[in-house]
Design a binder for this molecule. Structure first.
Ligand code: AMP
Length: 220
């Protein structure tokens, strides 16, 4: 089972890059934020509880998040592995993932890390618009759709996530950056972290990520 954790602070470009890596590597893209948003849309108890934290820019509690992620990882399409986006966001989540994988003789194989200066994160998040049909992310200035307000791939309207408005973006960065950096250190100490410069074009970041993943795949 090949589990890849795609790390990056909120706004670093994980949601743009993960689907591209997923297509190249043939592994499903699992994004905990997306799982929470779809549970909230469906009105499940888990979704509604998660939404109360998301609306404030806070992290959803670890037990809820870990349970949901492990359930998703047990589905058939993730049998040979997955690309995780937005998980783990705390050291407790990282340790829970390690424990669950170790129980089946596995481990987190690679942790590509999209690095971006903190002052860029705010700009990236507050200019972001998402496709209603499939969640493809755009940026008003850095990665605009061909037709304003319309997804290139789906033709569906774009919307701004309720947690991408400036006040919630500030709250998210304030609450989430410190635990995020602890997770970066956790994987650095484990010797699996592979930093990539996120301050480049979408194509350049994708190719840098694939270079590190393919090089490590050949070594392993
Ligand atoms: P994202 O789509 O990754 O930006 O996630 C949106 C929101 O979902 C975050 O701001 C958190 O409130 C919540 N969330 C997503 N993933 C996690 C996680 N691994 N741990 C805790 N909260 C999460």
């Amino acid at each position: 089972m090949r589990v890849i954790v795609l790390l990056g602070a909120p706004g670093a470009g994980k949601g743009t890059q993960a689907p591209l890596l997923s297509a190249s590597l043939g592994l499903p893209h699992i994004a905990t934020g997306e799982l929470f948003r779809s549970a909230a849309r469906a009105g499940t108890a888990l979704g509604l509880e998660a939404k109360s934290y998301m609306d404030r820019g806070e992290l959803v509690p670890d037990d809820l998040t870990v349970r949901m992620l492990l359930e998703r990882l047990r589905q058939a399409d993730a049998e040979s592995g997955a690309i995780l986006d937005g998980f783990p966001r705390t050291v407790a989540q990282a340790a829970a993932l390690d424990g669950a994988l170790a129980a089946e003789g596995g481990h987190v194989e690679q942790v590509p890390y999209i690095e971006l200066p903190e002052e860029e994160l705010f700009n990236r998040l507050s200019g972001r618009w998402i496709c209603r049909a499939a969640g493809h992310p755009y940026h008003l200035r850095l990665n605009p759709p061909r037709v304003p307000g319309v997804c290139d791939e789906e033709g569906s309207p774009l919307y701004q996530r309720s947690d991408d408005v400036p006040d919630v973006v500030r709250a998210r960065l304030a609450a989430q950056l410190a635990p995020f950096h602890e997770v970066v250190d956790y994987y650095r100490r484990a010797g699996v972290l592979a930093p990539v410069d996120g301050d480049q074009s979408v194509e350049a970041v994708t190719s840098a990520l694939l270079d590190t993943l393919l090089a490590a795949g050949e070594r392993g």
